[in-house]
Design a protein around this ligand. Structure first.
Ligand code: NDP
Ligand code: MG
Length: 380
């Protein structure tokens, strides 16, 4: 039985994690969980899964939960995230919160010796060096949940990492893959939120349309698999059937295939190297696809990916700037404050004015993150 501490239980990844727990009560139990503001869903989740400890974002919701569930341990805010991440009865943390707010609880969980299944890519982008170093020192395993990274992780089972020649990360192309840059000018929030292959939270769906998501994933892959940026390639693969692949020095390529369904990588992070069944509405049938397509990435069409490679290669505090600026710019787009293409421009602007600090400590990361957010907000 795996006892789970779950951050972000009301989100897209969080809800799919709960579906897995619902399907396999003999394998999994959620003992602690957090959510943000969605009290309706959060309350239903507490009633169904009966965790021992819960945290919410705000004090007012904490007060409500304490009244409604007198026997539950309830917390809120940053302390609450830490309580969930480190809760002693859980043996693995699934970090499915959105944004760099997930960094501190990740470090707390590592310090407490918990294995971590990480969906929260912003944490690895903003402070991958600190997270991976702390995990190594503590002997804590960080297992990917992001589908591309799970695919790579699966392809590497039984392999010697020294034999990798490169990672090939696939990208669907997002909501606007068939539009020119000219045609992006007046796109609406609703259009941007319509992803062709995956159903996900709003922020990551916008990130997929700009291609910042793939950029964040390249940085995530750099940290998880300890490879140079020049050895991580992105290719456009419209069908989202191959979730990523690994090329080895003998020319062999190993790929992982399946339906675009996040329950697969989430569950694998919990069961590996074992596997458990998942009930699908319809089975994966490769013959239905007939052909799979792969195209070279066009960095002029998708400058966000270029910015992410640049930030990753510069390193230091630059990826934190990329991430924080993008989080604020995406929120600004979702609120109707800026246009779609302003997201790239705002991130580029924040990166251009930033003087990189090499090998930043946690305090420096938090400071740069806050400064960048404040700066980009003045531009919205
Ligand atoms: P969602 O926006 O759907 O969910 C985010 C979750 O985090 C919700 O439970 C939300 O609570 C909670 N939350 C957000 N902000 C805060 C905060 N400040 N304090 C406490 N809780 C907070 O996101 P996704 O599930 O789509 O994504 C989660 C992470 O996983 C992201 O890093 C994303 O990039 C990554 N990911 C997602 C995939 C997907 O398929 N969705 C695929 C691969 C990676 P509430 O809603 O109650 O306010
Ligand atoms: Mg992904």
């Amino acid at each position: 039985m795996r006892k789970i501490n779950l951050l972000g239980a009301t989100g897209s990844v969080g809800s799919q994690t709960l579906e897995i727990v619902r399907e396999h009560p003999e394998l999994f139990q959620v003992v602690a969980l957090s959510f943000g503001r969605n009290m309706k869903l959060g309350t239903a989740v507490i009633e169904e899964f009966k965790p021992e400890l819960v945290s919410v974002e705000h004090r007012r919701d904490y007060e409500k939960l304490k009244l409604e569930f007198p026997n539950l341990k309830v917390y809120y805010g940053a302390i609450g995230l830490q309580e969930v991440a480190t809760y002693a009865h859980g043996d693995i943390l699934i970090n499915a919160v959105m944004g760099s707010v997930g960094l501190q609880p990740t470090l707390d969980a590592i310090a407490a010796g918990k294995e971590i299944a990480i969906a929260n890519k912003e944490t690895l982008v903003t402070a991958g060096h600190l997270v991976m170093r702390a995990a190594k020192e503590k002997g804590v395993r960080i297992v990917p949940v992001d589908s591309e990274h799970s695919a790579i992780y699966q392809c590497l089972q039984g392999e010697n990492p020294a034999n990798i020649s490169k990672l090939i990360v696939t990208a669907s192309g997002g909501s606007f893959r068939d539009r020119t840059r000219e045609q992006l000018r007046n796109v609406t929030v609703a259009e941007a939120l319509t992803h062709p292959n995956w159903s996900m939270g709003n922020k990551i769906t916008i990130d997929s349309a700009t291609m910042f998501n793939k950029g964040l994933e390249v940085i995530e892959a750099h940290w998880l698999f300890n490879l140079d940026y020049d050895d991580i390639e992105v290719v456009v693969h419209r069908e989202s059937v191959i979730h990523s692949m690994v090329a080895f020095k003998d020319g062999s390529h190993i790929a992982q295939l399946g339906l675009p369904d996040m329950r697969v990588p989430i569950q694998y992070a919990l069961t590996h190297p074992e596997r458990a069944s998942i009930s699908f509405n319809k089975p994966f049938d490769i013959t239905e696809f007939g052909a799979l397509h792969f195209d070279k990435m066009d960095f002029h069409r998708f400058p966000a990916l270029k910015l992410a490679y640049t930030a990753g290669k510069i390193g230091g505090t630059m990826p934190s700037v990329l991430n924080a600026a993008n989080e604020i710019a995406v929120a600004g787009f979702l609120n109707g404050q800026v246009a779609f293409q302003d997201i790239e421009a705002l991130v580029e602007n924040a990166m251009n004015r930033h003087e990189t600090i090499a090998n930043p400590d946690l305090e420096t990361i938090f400071q740069v993150d806050q400064e960048t957010r404040a700066y980009v907000k003045t531009l919205l």
